[in-house]
Write a protein that binds this ligand. Structure first.
Ligand SMILES: Cc1ncc(COP(=O)(O)O)c(C=O)c1O
Length: 436
C-alpha cells in the first residue's frame, strides 16, 4: 500500500514537475498563511520563520497597516505607469526615502521593482555621471541575477554557463577579517587590504577608468561579513581621490536589520548612490536607487526606468511599511533581536568547536562552521545537517556563504522574545545532537 502524501509533500511534488530545477530551494517548507514571525504550512503546521522571506519581512509578515494600504490602493488603481501619469504614492515614497537616507545634501530616488534592477540602474547612473565604464566589486559579493548584477555577483555556482558576462567588471578581495587576518590586528589587516587597492590600480585597472565601486557594507549571501569600518573609510577616500562613485548595496542590510536604517550610517561613510529593496515593501516588489541629486540627475532623459517602475500598490505598501517601522522603532527592535541572538550564538560557540566565528551587525547575525577551528576549512556538512534538523522541528533556517557553511538569521524583527528563544533553543539542541 502506498503511503498518502501530506499536502506539503503533494505541493512539493507538483513544484518539481512544473517549476524548473534551477529555481533555488532552501528546504521543503510550504506556506498558506503568514503572520508576524510564523508561517502556517499546507498541513496547518506553524513554522518559526528565521528566514523572513530572505530578509524581506523585517516588519513582520502581513503588518496590518501595510495590508490596509495595499487594499486601499488596489481599490483605486493598479497601474498607469509613472512615465504616463505621475501619482502621489510614488512621489511621497521618494520624499520619504530622501529624508530618511540623505546622501550628504540634496538627495533623489528612483524606484524600480527588484534589487537586481536597482543595482543595474545604480551602475547605469554612475556610468552616465562619470562618463566612465569600469565597475569594481568584491569577492563573496551578491548583487542579483540579471546580467550586470550577476556579473558583479561573486559566487561562480550562481552562474554556470551563463556568460558572456558584462564587460568592464573588476573584482578585488573583500576584507573578510575572520578568514584572512591570520593573526594580524584589525588595524594592520585594514592597512594591508587598502594597500591591495594601490596594487589593483597598478596591475588590474586604472582608477580613472572606474565609474564606481559597489560593495555591501555587510555582505548578505556572502555570509554576513561586516566590512571593517576603517576599510570602508579608506575606500571612500580612494574613490574621492580618483573621482570614482561609491555605491553601497543595502538591499539585505537595510531597514532596521543592522539596528539602523542603513549599515553605512553606523560606519561614518556616505555613499554617492545606494540600493534598497527587500524589507522596503514587506513583500511587494519594490526597490530604490537613492543618491546625491547631482549624480542621480546625470542620467539622460528616459535612460532609466521601465513599465513597472514603482507600482502604485507597491509604493503604498512601502510607504505604509516605512511609517509602521518608524512607529514601532524597528531599529531598536533590530538592536534588541541582534543582542539576543549574539549572546545565544556566543554561548553555542563556547560549547561547540565546530563554530569558528559568530559575527554580524545588529540583527544581521550569523555563525560560521569550520573544521578544526580553521577559517580556511569550511564545514558545509554541519550547516546542512543543522538546517535539516531545524526544519524537522518546524524552524526555518537558511544558510549563506560561498561555501554554504554559514547559518544566518533574518527573522522578522517584530518577533517576540519567547518565539526567538524557542527557535534558538531548537537550534542549540539540534547542534548539540549533531556534535555529540
Ligand atoms: C545585497 C543584495 N543585493 C542585491 C540583491 C538582489 O535582489 P533581488 O533578489 O530583489 O533582485 C540581493 C538579494 O538577495 C542582495 O542580498
Amino acid at each position: 500500500m502506498t503511503e498518502e502524501l501530506t499536502r506539503s509533500q503533494e505541493l512539493i511534488s507538483r513544484r518539481k514537475a512544473a517549476v524548473p530545477n534551477g529555481v533555488g530551494m532552501f528546504n521543503t517548507a510550504t506556506a498558506v498563511k503568514a503572520e508576524g514571525a510564523i508561517i502556517t504550512d499546507a498541513d496547518g503546521r506553524e513554522l518559526i520563520d528565521f528566514a523572513g522571506g530572505i530578509g524581506v519581512v523585517n516588519a513582520g509578515h502581513c503588518p496590518p497597516p501595510v495590508v490596509k494600504a495595499i487594499q486601499e490602493q488596489a481599490a483605486k488603481f493598479l497601474h498607469v505607469s509613472f512615465n504616463v501619469a505621475s501619482y502621489e504614492p510614488y512621489i511621497a515614497l521618494c520624499e520619504k526615502l530622501n529624508a530618511l537616507l540623505p546622501h550628504g545634501g540634496p538627495t533623489k530616488t528612483l524606484l524600480v521593482s527588484t534589487g537586481a534592477e536597482a543595482v543595474e540602474n545604480a551602475v547605469k547612473i554612475a556610468r552616465q555621471a562619470t562618463k566612465r565604464q569600469g565597475v569594481l566589486c568584491f569577492t563573496d559579493a551578491f548583487h542579483g541575477r540579471t546580467l550586470m548584477a550577476m556579473s558583479l555577483t561573486s559566487k561562480v555556482a550562481y552562474k554556470p554557463n551563463s556568460g558572456p558576462f558584462a564587460p568592464e567588471v573588476y573584482r578585488t578581495r573583500f576584507p573578510n577579517f575572520y578568514r584572512y587576518a591570520a593573526g594580524r590586528s584589525e588595524a594592520e589587516f585594514v592597512k594591508d587590504e587598502l594597500h591591495g587597492l594601490h596594487e589593483l590600480a597598478l596591475y588590474t585597472v586604472a582608477p580613472e577608468n572606474l565609474a564606481a565601486v559597489i560593495v555591501e557594507p555587510v555582505q548578505g549571501e556572502g555570509g554576513f561579513n561586516v566590512i571593517p569600518k576603517d576599510y570602508l573609510k579608506g575606500l571612500r577616500k580612494w574613490c574621492d581621490q580618483h573621482g570614482i562613485l561609491l555605491i553601497l548595496d543595502e538591499i539585505q542590510s537595510g531597514f532596521g536589520r543592522t539596528g539602523a536604517w542603513s549599515a553605512f550610517e553606523q560606519m561614518g561613510v556616505m555613499p554617492d548612490i545606494s540600493t534598497w529593496a527587500k524589507s522596503l515593501g514587506s513583500g511587494l516588489p519594490i526597490a530604490a536607487v537613492v543618491g546625491r541629486a547631482e549624480v542621480m540627475d546625470a542620467a539622460g532623459p528616459s535612460s532609466i526606468g521601465g513599465t513597472y517602475i514603482g507600482s502604485p500598490v507597491s509604493c503604498a505598501a512601502a510607504l505604509a511599511t516605512v511609517n509602521y517601522m518608524e512607529e514601532i522603532d524597528i531599529n531598536a527592535k533590530g538592536r534588541h533581536v541582534g543582542e539576543v541572538i549574539r549572546k545565544r550564538f556566543e554561548k553555542m560557540k563556547d560549547k561547540y568547536s565546530v563554530i569558528g566565528d559568530v559575527r554580524g551587525l545588529g540583527a544581521m547575525m550569523a555563525m560560521e562552521f569550520v573544521k578544526n577551528g580553521d577559517p580556511q576549512k569550511p564545514d558545509a556538512d554541519t550547516c546542512a545537517k543543522l538546517m535539516a534538523a531545524c526544519s524537522k522541528r518546524d524552524l526555518i533556517v537558511i544558510n549563506a556563504g560561498t561555501e554554504k557553511n554559514i547559518i544566518r538569521v533574518l527573522c522578522p524583527l517584530v518577533i517576540s522574545d519567547d518565539l526567538l528563544n524557542k527557535g534558538l533553543d531548537i537550534m542549540e539542541e539540534e547542534l548539540g545532537n549533531i556534535c555529540s
